[in-house]
Write a protein that binds this ligand. Structure first.
Ligand code: RUQ
Ligand code: CUA
Length: 656
């Protein structure tokens, strides 16, 4: 089997090389290599059943060893709770970044630092063991990705995470206490002033109780503006605020840019305010929420809302300053615009004025004109108000036009040439259309059930074009079977020409990715190690428990237990024998003395669930109670050197 696979791989590499040579030879007429090459290629193509299109696609994605990718794709890992980093166009997985879910290889959720991160976003005393990551968003400078941070939301528990792109590690998780879950996150304002998070299921704000019979009066949505401190790399709750919204099911949002900078837009479904209740003989939520022909986009002037907050016109709920609907209406910072049936996705075009919304139960993409919306708000030209007194702008006067795309349009991305790409869920297609003339130009089949799509920097001020990823749910027949739980399928499309072309299928077998953002690789500047020795990876500051030279390695008995100041360097741990008494609290402070890129160590203690990843220069702290007597070997878990197996020691727990 293995030999067959190797042979096949060798054959394919040869094919690719040969096609390359053939291409060269045909430019350089008279070259003999092309003739032989093309005969061999033909034979290989026949043997493997490949068409010319297949070979062309292979040539566009195949990335030989040592060659790097042009783009990074950061995809949410759905209920895997992690973020998946993929190179484009090779589609090679580069890293799973542990975020909402503990992950042993990275030691995430095992050392004190990362446990604290997870705990901070969990209900007190109830650490959450998973999350449902939905929408990643890069930090931005002047509305373009800057490659410094990426944020993501956990829809299930209304948490937000901050990931530092210097070391591809999660540094912070927050939960507001205001809302119960959040589909509409994360969206970043053009200079990362705020990270926007919006509730999905309405509930009494602040996590209190009210019966569903009081849904219309007591249940509310909210949009939270999390203040981001770029220097600290942290979301600051004390400087954040929220705006109360009606109990519609708020959906995705987007922050304005260019002309619409200072504004945000959030669609909603269930303006019917249905609550389900099948047991009570009422229609299911899905049908109750799909009665109206129009739902509402929420238009928010956040720049003005900021001033309302500064003027103290807020109430405090769960420690967060909240602008009430009443105040928002009185201050003219909130309006609604009708949106065709069950909208999904609201995407601001690079021009800053076109706002693209798709209706899941409508065949069009509707393009709103920000300037029209703004002047309707300024002139107070309303078509009415909703039950909460929020002005509704007239639909026809707010739009620039519509384009018919197909059944179930969802999300739109943009390229560098003025084209839009919209996912068409029910048809399993991507539609390419012209923003200027609102005309459909091309449609290509993807496989299948496409949700989001992601073009290179495709929602920034300056999209890059070239590639697009179709994020398809459930790869039913694309790959070898793995049982009933199907992987997802990311398809790479070439969008550089007039017609889109599918180049590559990539199974994604961990969680259900929702959205991804793609960034030019040259914007990502990673560190190679934590430097100088003794850095705390979360604070990126020297750790107070660091042991910066091996001479300082020691064991100290203190009032709160046994402290082990350990160093790791190829290929030994010091101390390599730890003796404690049964019942002792043990605190390990492990410091890597390495300052080379290829020198990661790990540390585990058998049967005590202790597991750390200690990259060069890093400090990890972990505490446990030695509640079982016996002899417990410990060792380094990374294959770090020829004598890696000998990088080990003993924990001796003496019986009473
Ligand atoms: S949503 S498939 Cu969860 Cu991002 Cu549109
Ligand atoms: Cu250090 Cu293996």
């Amino acid at each position: 089997m293995k030999r067959l696979r190797l042979l096949r791989r060798a054959a394919f590499m040869f094919l690719v090389l040969a096609v390359g040579l053939a291409a060269l030879a045909s430019c350089n007429k008279g070259g003999k290599a092309g003739v032989t090459g093309s005969a061999d290629i033909k034979a290989l193509m026949v043997a493997r059943g490949l068409t010319e299109d297949d070979v062309t696609a292979a040539l566009k994605t195949y990335t030989p060893t040592g060659k790097k990718d042009e783009f990074y794709l950061f995809a949410s890992g759905g209920h895997g709770g992690n973020m998946i980093v993929i190179g484009v166009p090779s589609m090679r997985i580069l890293k799973y970044i542990a975020v909402f879910t503990p992950e042993p290889w990275q030691g995430y959720g095992f050392d004190q630092e990362t446990r604290d991160i997870i705990d901070a976003g969990s209900p007190p005393g109830h650490p959450l063991g998973w999350g449902d990551m939905h929408h990643p968003a890069f930090s931005e400078t002047n509305a373009d990705y800057d490659g410094q941070f990426i944020f993501a939301n956990d829809k299930a528990n209304a948490r937000l995470a901050v990931i530092d792109l210097r070391d591809f590690a999660c540094k912070q998780i927050v939960q507001s206490g205001l809302i119960q879950n959040d589909h509409g996150g994360t969206f970043v304002t053009p200079n990362t002033e705020y990270v926007i998070e919006t509730s999905q299921m309405a509930a009494p704000l602040g996590g209190t109780y009210a019966p569903l019979s009081e849904y219309n009066e007591k249940y509310r949505g909210a949009q939270i503006y999390w203040k981001f401190d770029r220097v600290k790399g942290r979301l600051i709750k004390e400087e954040s605020w929220a705006i109360e919204l009606p109990p519609y099911m708020q959906d995705l949002a987007d922050a304005g840019k260019g002309a619409s900078d200072g504004w945000s837009f959030c669609n909603s479904v269930n303006t019917e305010r249905a609550i389900g209740d099948l047991q009570g003989g009422k229609p299911a939520l899905e049908s109750g929420a799909s009665q109206n022909d129009m739902d509402f986009m929420h238009v928010i002037n956040w720049r003005k809302a900021e001033q309302v907050v500064a003027a103290g016109k807020t109430k405090t709920i769960a420690g967060l300053r909240v602008i009430s609907i009443e105040t928002a209406v009185a201050e003219g910072i909130l309006a609604l615009v009708p949106e065709p049936k069950s909208p999904h996705g609201v995407d601001i075009a690079p021009n800053g004025t076109d706002i693209v919304v798709s209706g899941k139960l409508d065949t069009h993409a509707t393009v709103y004109d920000f300037n029209k919306i703004k002047s309707l708000m300024e002139s107070k030209t309303y078509a009415g108000t909703d039950p909460y007194g929020i002005p509704i702008l007239p639909f026809r006067d707010a739009i620039r036009g519509q384009v018919e795309l197909g059944l179930g349009p969802l999300h739109t991305q943009f390229d560098d040439k003025g084209f839009c790409y919209t996912s068409i869920f029910l048809e399993s297609k991507v539609a390419k259309w012209s923003l200027a003339d609102l005309t459909l130009l091309d449609k290509t089949s993807v496989h299948y059930n496409i949700g989001h799509l992601s073009a290179a920097e495709g929602d920034a001020l300056h999209p890059k074009g070239q590639y697009l990823i179709a994020m398809n749910k459930w790869a039913i027949d694309r790959f070898n079977g793995v049982g009933p739980l199907l992987p997802q399928n990311f398809q790479l499309l070439d969008i550089s020409g007039d017609k889109m072309k599918v180049l590559y299928d990539m199974p994604l077998p961990l969680g259900e990715p929702h959205y991804a953002q793609m960034i030019s690789a040259d914007k990502i500047k990673t560190i190679e190690m934590y430097s100088p020795v003794g850095m705390n990876p979360v604070t990126m500051q020297p750790d107070p428990n660091a042991t910066t030279t091996e001479e300082k390695a020691r064991i100290e008995r203190k009032a709160d237990g046994v402290h082990v100041y350990m160093t790791l360097v190829r290929s030994h741990l010091n101390p390599d024998i730890i003796e404690v008494k049964k019942g002792d609290r043990v605190h390990i402070h492990a410091t890597s003395l390495e300052q080379a890129l290829d020198a990661t160590h790990g540390f585990c203690i058998d049967m005590y669930n202790v597991n750390l990843s200690i990259e060069p220069g890093k400090v990890c702290n972990v505490s446990f109670t030695a509640d079982r007597a016996g002899v417990f070997p410990y060792y380094c878990t990374e294959f770090c050197s020829a004598l890696h197996l000998e990088m080990a020691g003993y924990l001796l727990v003496k019986p009473d």
